[in-house]
Design a protein around this ligand. Structure first.
Ligand code: NBX
Length: 808
């Protein structure tokens, strides 16, 4: 753009913005609040997106590509305003205009709520998939739930997690459009009766409770292109606000009961990550959005395909994200048979040929199993279809597989009075994939081995990825500009081009700028720490960071215990000099997960001890940042030197935080687990620090009844000391970590914390030495950025398109 054009654009933006402020607030700019300023900007941006949105829809209809509909119970989209501005290529115009108007752009952006419509990795991955697909110009739409309350806000009070309800819709949400005329009725409970219609046995659902599903659409804008896809979130509402007959009879409570029962369905996101808790309301949520999403999609498909469903599976792919939407299988069968009049066989063919499934965890406690009685009561017709799918599947095995009855029943969808949702998903989908190489291998060899033997062709692997637009380009502008100045801008749409950065490994001025940018990002995080935790940290220290949900298998405990040991070591050696280290933690614990909450308490207790001990001379600092969410992540990832990815091997399906850190130049300190293995492969042995048991070793111990943690304890003075400190009053007479002590010594340390301790402590020691060689560390950090191309979700989406959805 010519400078004169640029000036014109800025002037035009300023006058449109001033006008918009008046529209939204009825005030002049000078009188407006920051919230008004945010709302005005949001509206301008939405206006721009809306025209592209309509155009994208009509283009997709003109050239009918195969489309993919993604069903996920979580979408952790993060704040959108900055992402929209940048994807519209308006960053310079908006920033300059704001500065000229005397406004602070960052403060305006911070007014946006961060929608917490997901727990962690699974929900955030879906947001990355949406962004990458739009950027690749590919028709891909999400279906999920419009939770009134997203994931709770975490406060830390006296070192403990306190949950506060999230209210992301408090000021309204400018990026969604309610579409009441596309509402759908979802039916729960009731009973079935069968009748013959034209000689065909038909099931009629009676006495059900109807609930209205109302969609809200959020635009998903591609980066620097004209594609705008949709994320559709369904909200539950009563069919009628008010039950008039009850009201007229004076039954006032009954008159509104239906309303609150209906609204309860989409009231709240369940705050468990990687854990199944079989509440009926959750099952209602799962069916609710599956039914609404499918009904709408099938109606639309018929409208554009002469009312004919014949080539549905050639034109549509329905992807189910973990088993939460696995009712897609039986629900499609129900719609095709009961509403569209297809035969079982025809309906089954279309269903299996259009459905694909990704598994995200092998933790047994996360696998969904619904009690048959609950399912039958809530969803009588769906349960009946599941029984029939299962009957036919078993019949088929009897005829074709040569398996005995015991083997056949081990593959049943219904076992011990429960519906096994993973089994249902595998049987209803033509593709099943894991999210990293090791994870997919474990699925084939262990978790789903019986099915793998039956249908080897269904099993695939696609390693996760993250969008570089959110996690590098928009959140680490210093590094972004340095990269573009050094290698040109191709890398933005082809992250593999980052490999060209390797040419700068001996370039002194690049070295200097690269380090300066990291320091600036660390200062930025230090300011956040000071403002929120009132702790002074040294930006020159090593920023060693672990941010993710708090879970035993992720082993924040291992990190915490190592810090306690380091503290002991410094106390015992007062003259010892180490490279100063700032350990940063953040993450939420599920409200009912006692142990995880104890770990948060322990980290904060260690922080108090270490940060306030003069003998330590500020050589180590420990910080627990409250309320980890996407926005906080955007401040944290660019500031890291060390990325802690220390799960018990075999437990973390992939991890995606590891990729976000890597892109920003942090060096991984990790176990050979999930995608760490692929990061290791990409950067080479020199540029990652690995430690600990392998997945095979863990599995071997597990099969042989675990290992003896007591033996390790007895032979290691360091461990004896830290274990005693957990219960001897070190953290004050009220702080006693008996449950942690017991889990490690009495209950044999299920997650191998003590077993990996020595190896982890050595790795930390090694980092202390490595970091002192500034050139060496720069090279390691640069290699991590340079080889992060593989971990772009653009690559992930292309692989799904090629190998799973067959859309290329
Ligand atoms: O999915 C996560 C895995 O733990 C990560 O390793 C992986 O990188 C990520 C994306 O593939 N799984 C996850 O986040 N699961 C859940 O959030 C979850 C939530 C509710 C539930 C079960 C699992 N009932």
């Amino acid at each position: 753009m010519k400078p004169s054009q640029c000036l014109e654009e800025i002037a035009a933006f300023k006058s449109a913005y001033k006008k918009k402020i008046e529209e939204v607030s009825g005030e002049y700019l000078s009188e407006s609040s920051v919230l008004d300023q945010y709302q005005a900007l949001a509206e301008i941006v939405m206006d721009k997106i809306a025209s592209q949105w309509a155009k994208t829809r009509s283009q997709y209809d003109e050239i009918p590509h195969k489309r993919v509909y993604l069903f996920s119970i979580e979408f952790l989209i993060g704040r959108l305003l900055k992402a929209y501005v940048n994807s519209l290529d308006m960053e310079y115009t908006v920033k300059t205009a704001m500065a000229e108007l005397g406004l602070d752009y960052e403060t305006i952006l911070s007014q946006e709520t961060d929608p917490g419509l997901g727990n962690g990795g699974l929900g955030r991955l879906m947001a990355c998939f949406l962004e990458s697909s739009a950027t690749l110009g590919f028709p891909f739409h999400g279906n999920g739930i419009h939770y009134k309350h997203g994931l709770f806000e975490q406060k830390i009070i006296n070192g403990e997690q306190v949950e506060v309800a999230d209210n992301w819709l408090r000021h309204g949400y400018p990026f969604e459009i309610r579409k009441p005329n596309e509402s759908v009725v979802v039916k729960f409970y009731g009973n079935l009766h069968s009748e013959k219609v034209n000689g065909v046995l038909t099931f009629v659902h009676e006495n059900y409770e109807p609930i209205l599903a109302v969609p809200y659409d959020i635009p998903i804008k591609g980066y620097h292109n004209n594609t705008v896809n949709s994320l559709r979130l369904w909200s539950a509402e009563p069919i009628e606000e008010f039950d008039l007959p009850s009201f007229n009879e004076g039954q006032f409570l009954d008159a509104v009961r239906h309303k609150s029962e209906a609204e309860a369905i989409t009231q709240i996101l369940y705050p468990n990550d990687n854990k199944f808790d079989g509440k009926q309301l959750r099952l209602k949520q799962e069916y609710f959005f599956v039914c609404a999403g499918l009904k709408r999609m099938i109606t639309r498909f018929k409208r554009y395909n002469n009312n004919c469903l014949d080539d549905f599976a050639e034109k549509i792919c329905i992807h189910i994200n973990d088993t939460h939407p696995a009712l897609c299988g039986p629900e499609m069968m129900r719609i095709f048979m009961d509403e569209e009049g297809l035969s079982w066989d025809d309906a089954w063919k279309i269903t299996v040929n259009s459905l694909t499934f990704t598994n995200h965890t092998v933790l047994p406690e996360a696998l969904e199993k619904w009690p048959v009685d609950m399912m039958k009561f809530l969803l009588p017709r769906i349960y009946m279809i599941i029984e029939e799918i299962n009957r036919q599947f078993q019949e088929d095995l009897r005829i074709k597989s040569g398996l005995n009855e015991l083997q056949i029943s081990s593959l049943s969808i219904i076992q011990d009075g429960q519906v096994n949702m993973a089994n249902l998903a595998i049987i209803c989908c033509h593709s099943v994939n894991g999210v990293a190489a090791l994870h997919s291998k474990i699925l084939k060899e262990e978790t789903f081995n019986g099915y793998y033997k039956l249908f080897p062709e269904r099993f695939r692997s696609v390693t996760n990825g993250v969008t570089p637009r959110r996690f590098l380009i928009n959140s680490n502008t210093g590094l972004r500009d340095l990269i573009t100045e050094s290698i040109g801008s191709d890398w933005i749409n082809n992250l593999y081009a980052l490999e060209n950065l390797i040419n700068f490994k001996d370039d002194a001025s690049f070295f200097e700028r690269f380090n300066r940018i990291k320091l600036e990002n660390k200062i930025h995080l230090s300011n956040h720490i000071k403002a929120h935790n009132h702790i002074d940290v040294n930006p020159e220290s090593i920023f060693d960071i672990q941010v993710k949900r708090i879970h035993e298998y992720k082993r924040q405990l291992l990190n915490a215990l190592q810090i306690l040991h380091l503290y002991n070591h410094l106390k015992a050696n007062p003259d010892l000099e180490i490279v100063p280290r700032t350990f940063v933690f953040a993450g939420k614990a599920a409200p009912g997960y006692y142990f995880a909450k104890e770990v948060i308490k322990l980290i904060n207790a260690i922080a108090d001890l270490v940060n306030n001990d003069k003998d330590i001379r500020d050589q180590i600092k420990v910080v627990f940042l409250a309320n980890f969410n996407v926005s906080l992540g955007e401040i944290i990832y660019p500031a890291a030197n060390i990325s802690e990815q220390i799960s018990t091997a075999g437990k973390e399906a992939s991890g995606t935080g590891n990729m976000k850190f890597m892109m920003n130049g942090a060096v991984t300190l990790g176990t050979m687990d999930g995608a760490n293995i692929e990061i290791h492969e990409a950067v080479g042995d020199e540029n990652i620090i690995t430690f600990g048991l392998s997945a095979d070793e863990v599995s071997h111990y597990q099969k042989n009844g675990g290992y003896s943690s007591v033996q390790i304890y007895e032979n290691d003075d360091r461990i004896q000391k830290i274990m005693h400190q957990l219960i001897d009053g070190t953290f004050g007479h009220l702080a006693n970590f008996q449950s942690i002590y017991d889990s490690l010594l009495l209950y044999n340390d299920t997650y191998f914390v003590l077993k990996d301790f020595d190896s982890y402590a050595n790795a930390q020691d090694h980092i202390n030495k490595l970091y002192q060689d500034k050139n060496k560390w720069f090279e390691m950090s640069l290699c991590n950025v340079a080889y992060s191309g593989l971990f772009s979700s653009d690559r992930t989406i292309l692989e799904y398109q090629q190998n799973i959805w067959k859309t290329l």
